[in-house]
Design a protein around this ligand. Structure first.
Ligand code: KIV
Ligand code: ZN
Length: 499
């Protein structure tokens, strides 16, 4: 089995994502999470870039003991020296130098000839090696570089003692087969390549960063660059969680490889990076998105309850997520509802579940996601009103700023449906007066309270009333996405209880 080294650049390339500035304290917090995950090398920053970057690398270097700590430098003396200084306290320091090798960069960025680039690579690798035993060299934009020139630059860096040669797909232009050939060709055409570890650094401009990195592994790469949640320049970098889980889940393909990542720490690290950078993880993000282990469709939910592997290729616990989530909504089935109600502590018979399921479907038509509190409201209402003397059938109200509110109510009593209308001081008052006409009762309303059961515009309203009838004072509750309906249900609930 061969180890794939995980080089995490969340604190360097990840922080280059527009809008993702981190303080040195926050970087240290993330560095501890990365060390906890078992990352082999943490690229902590670009020390020459700013005093803050220098401070962050220095702080991480002083605090991290198990993982290696790396600082980035251009092939410029002052950069390499800043990297050296920032890494002084590191237990396992690494200097990572980079130099563009593609014609586009040489022509437009550097205005330098190929021979000058080779000389720069030689001098810089030598200088970095003078300061640090562990040097990584990256020919920037390698995937768009002329092959023979690329081989020469790599050979030069290895000759000067670079122990890792990283191949960046800087602009995320490649596709997996190309990466496979490039890495294989480097292995076959750079005479001294056996003295170095080949690494890969893929950007996600075409959404191929993870696929390209994995293709690199199959071609001989032994270190992958990645970031938590895939954050990084532009569309980001290959994401750590995707790479590590792909290597683990597809053991049939990657049978010869392993990483030392403790995958159970993935979710925690993802959450921390999202919180500190302010970059919300999209719900459909592989491995760590809110929907990665959530199932909405009734068919899926039913199958998952029978056997999890029907619709899940990995166990959420393996990435630190407590459990599979069955999102209750209009596609959910009776089986999933009954299970959730049981988990919420309701002991209901078949009939009770059937009744709640019917009302659950009605509610799901009005409200996209059904939260636990919605279910509790439904279940409580069911257990409360199993024997209903008066049952609300429908309610309609006309109201506005310039008209007198009027309500029409239909109520079922002894299998007969009666209807009455009334005006009132407000729609609720009109509704209660219409109910009074049908029930022929005149309870006194002592208290009325309206709360939202859950959050959001489509939240259910929970109405609690207290009434006095025949000398008895009684509380009643009703829930609905329509507050007038909730009001009517609460009023009838109290009346039914007294009767
Ligand atoms: O994308 C890139 O080429 C880089 C280098 C500095 C490795 O981030
Ligand atoms: Zn990059």
């Amino acid at each position: 089995m061969r180890k794939i080294f995980i080089f995490d650049t969340t604190l360097r390339d990840g922080e280059q994502a527009p809008g993702a500035a981190l303080s040195s304290g926050q970087k240290l917090e993330i560095a501890f999470a990365l060390e906890n995950l078992g990352v082999d090398i943490i690229e902590a920053g670009f020390p020459i870039a700013s005093p803050d970057d220098f401070k962050a690398v220095d702080l991480v270097a002083a605090s991290i003991k198990k993982s290696g700590v790396c600082g980035l430098a251009r092939c410029i003396k002052k950069d390499i020296e800043a990297a050296r200084d920032s890494l002084k306290k590191a237990k396992k320091p690494r200097i990572h130098i980079f130099l563009a090798t593609s014609k586009i960069h040489l022509k437009y960025k550097f205005k330098k000839a190929e021979s000058e680039i080779i000389e720069l690579a030689r001098k810089s690798a030598r200088l970095a090696r003078k300061y640090c035993d562990d040097v990584e060299f990256s020919p920037e934009d390698a995937t768009r570089s002329d092959r023979d020139f690329l081989y020469k630059v790599i050979e030069t860096a290895v000759n000067e003692g670079a122990k890792t040669i990283n191949i960046p797909d800087t602009v995320g232009y490649s596709y997996p087969q190309e990466i496979f050939s490039l890495i294989s060709d480097i292995g076959n055409n750079v005479p001294n390549i056996a003295k170095a570890v080949i690494a890969i650094h893929c950007h996600n401009d075409l959404g191929l960063a993870t696929a390209n990195s994995l293709s690199g592994v199959l071609a001989g790469v032994r270190q992958v660059h990645c970031t938590i949640n895939g954050i990084g320049e532009r569309a980001g970098n290959a994401s750590l969680e995707e790479l590590v889980m792909a290597l683990k889940v597809r053991k049939d393909v990657f049978k010869d490889f392993y990483t030392q990542i403790n995958t159970k720490e993935i979710y925690r690290a993802s959450h921390l990076v999202s919180k500190l950078t302010g970059f919300v993880v999209p719900p459909n993000k592989a491995i760590v998105g809110a929907n990665a282990f959530a199932h909405e469709s009734g068919i899926h939910q039913d199958a998952i309850l029978k056997k999890r592997i029907t619709y899940e290729i990995m166990n959420p616990r393996d990435v630190g997520i407590a459990r599979t989530q069955l999102i209750l909504g209009k596609h959910s089935g009776r089986h999933a509802l009954a299970k959730r109600l049981k988990e919420l502590g309701f002991r209901l018979n078949e009939q009770g579940i059937n009744d709640i399921f019917k009302r659950f479907k009605e509610l799901a038509d009005k409200k996209k996601d059904i939260f636990d509190d919605d279910l509790i409201a439904l279940a409580e209402e069911e257990t409360r009103t199993r024997k209903k003397t008066f049952e609300l059938v429908s309610i309609r109200a006309v109201t506005g700023t310039d008209i007198v509110p009027e309500a029409t109510v239909q109520i079922k009593h002894k299998r007969k449906i009666s209807q009455a209308s009334s005006s009132g001081d407000g729609p609720v008052d009109a509704c209660y007066k219409a109910i009074d006409k049908i029930t022929n009762l005149r309870p006194k309303l002592l208290n009325y309270k309206l709360d939202a059961v859950t959050k959001g515009k489509d939240a259910q309203g929970m109405v609690q009333v207290q009434i006095k009838l025949k000398g008895v004072s009684m509380a009643g509750r009703g829930a609905s996405t329509d507050i007038l309906e909730a009001s009517a249900k609460a009023y009838l609930d109290a009346i039914n209880k007294i009767l």
